[in-house]
Design a protein around this ligand. Structure first.
Ligand code: CTP
Length: 412
């Protein structure tokens, strides 16, 4: 698993809202990622979930009394603030938001937050009317101005029987936000367009030609690019993957022609284009508008194909200063074939993978690739998760940008 949370000291501060039960799942997920989790609860929070539950899940004692930790030479809340790398208040009620926004420190949790210099993330959850009330919004504004990190609540069914804004955001979104906080924003200012997944070419309304691409590699690149601060657009063929995080501009397409149209719409503004999609090279010359029946004329049994546009090849002709990254799915002579594609399509980087190898590539969470740049430099990346590979590909992109900038500076 690719994560910045491994070996981090995380303080999870739980306040008294019904969503407190969901925090149990968050603690589990964080420990799975190798984080060391310490849970602090307000008195009200203990009415919703027992401290023993959090103690069992985190493997550390849970603090819920102001004077509980006065055992060592250091005062409890200061000791915990000192070891922390990040604090997350989840769920954050209107009450805790109001208290911290106004400098009140009257229990363990609030004094600990007051005494810390590490990032503090608020994950609010409450009734819609409370969330929308003027005073809560004023307090939220104060917290932002004071430099606290905040997530917006989700929209949907609420525990009080109503519908609206106020739900705790999904656990994966909270974890992604925590990862974000630990990630250097070295791609901020870049506008990245990523394509992912297979294209579908229709034979008739129910049949199609497609390929085995799952989209996982492209989705991983979009996720990590966004985490590293790039404005990101993901153009995706049909996949079974959950949609990406909500601050990625997500465009769904089906055919190669649709993908080309979408890419061209975002091309002008892009600084980096990464084409991880498996585009079908051919489409049916005649797409039947009605379902082809078994006893239809025999000439319908033969599929006549015509060539799809080579989207990457076309981009290579007009790329200007943009960094263009392609993929090469190969079954033999990996480096030679990939480098030839790089030259032919005028790319800056090509990522080659051997699609004949078991346990990597199509559908797998793992991949093993060879990254080649325009100077013919070759970097072999051994088998690892697609998110780790995505990060390494983006490192190569970053290096290419730096080298280009240095050349321009030297020339000046
Ligand atoms: N690609 C594209 N449009 C196509 C075909 C491919 O944009 N019609 C892009 C893919 O997204 C990938 C790269 O080109 O980034 C290489 O794809 P690949 O299928 O390996 O190569 P092809 O160019 O199709 O060549 P061949 O099938 O002959 O190996």
């Amino acid at each position: 698993m690719f994560t910045n949370l491994r070996n981090k000291e995380i303080i999870i501060a739980v306040t008294g809202g019904i969503a407190a039960y969901k925090t149990c799942e968050l603690v589990r997920e964080l420990t799975k990622r190798g984080a060391s989790v310490h849970v602090v609860m307000t008195k009200n929070a203990t009415q919703f979930v027992s401290p023993l539950t959090f103690q069992t899940l985190s493997g550390h004692p849970v603090i819920h009394e102001m004077f509980q930790l006065f055992t060592g030479p250091k005062i409890g809340h200061i000791a915990l603030s000192d070891i922390a790398d990040q604090m997350v208040i989840v769920p954050a009620t209107a009450n805790i938001i109001g208290k911290i926004a106004n400098g009140i420190a009257d229990d363990f949790l609030t004094t600990m937050v007051m005494a810390t210099t590490v990032p503090v993330l608020f994950v609010p959850s409450m009734n819609t009317k409370m969330w929308e009330s003027k005073i809560v919004q004023m307090n939220i504004q104060r917290l932002k101005e004071a430099g606290y990190e905040l997530m917006e609540p989700g929209v949907g069914d609420l525990a009080c029987g109503t519908k609206g804004k106020g739900r705790l955001p999904p656990i994966p979104d909270i974890i992604e936000k925590m990862e974000d906080i630990f990630t250097e924003k070295d791609l901020s200012g870049e506008r990245v367009v990523v394509t992912a997944g297979p294209t579908i070419e229709y034979i008739d309304p129910v049949r199609c030609i497609t390929n085995r691409s799952s989209g996982k590699m492209g989705y991983a690149i979009a996720k990590i690019a966004r985490r590293r601060g790039a404005e990101t657009t993901l153009i995706s063929g049909e996949t079974y993957l959950p949609p990406p995080r909500s601050d990625i501009n997500f465009v769904k397409v089906r055919t190669a022609i649709e993908m080309k149209e979408a890419v061209m719409r975002f091309f002008e503004d892009a600084t980096i284009i990464i084409k991880a999609a498996a585009v079908a090279d051919f489409r049916c010359k005649k797409e039947s508008i009605k379902k082809i029946k078994k006893n239809d004329e025999e000439d319908l049994y033969v599929l006549e194909l015509e060539k799809n546009p080579d989207i990457l090849g076309d981009l290579g002709k007009i790329k200007g200063n943009r960094i263009l990254v392609g993929f090469a799915a190969e079954t033999e002579n990996l480096v030679e074939n990939a480098y030839e594609k790089l030259k032919k399509k005028n790319l800056d980087i090509i990522v080659a993978n051997n699609v004949a190898k078991e346990g990597i590539g199509f559908g797998s969470d793992m991949n093993e690739v060879t990254i080649i740049d325009a100077q013919g430099r070759v970097k072999h990346v051994p088998k690892m998760s697609k998110e780790e590979i995505a990060n390494i590909i983006l490192d190569s992109v970053k290096r290419t940008i730096k080298k280009r900038k240095k050349r321009e500076d030297d020339w000046l």
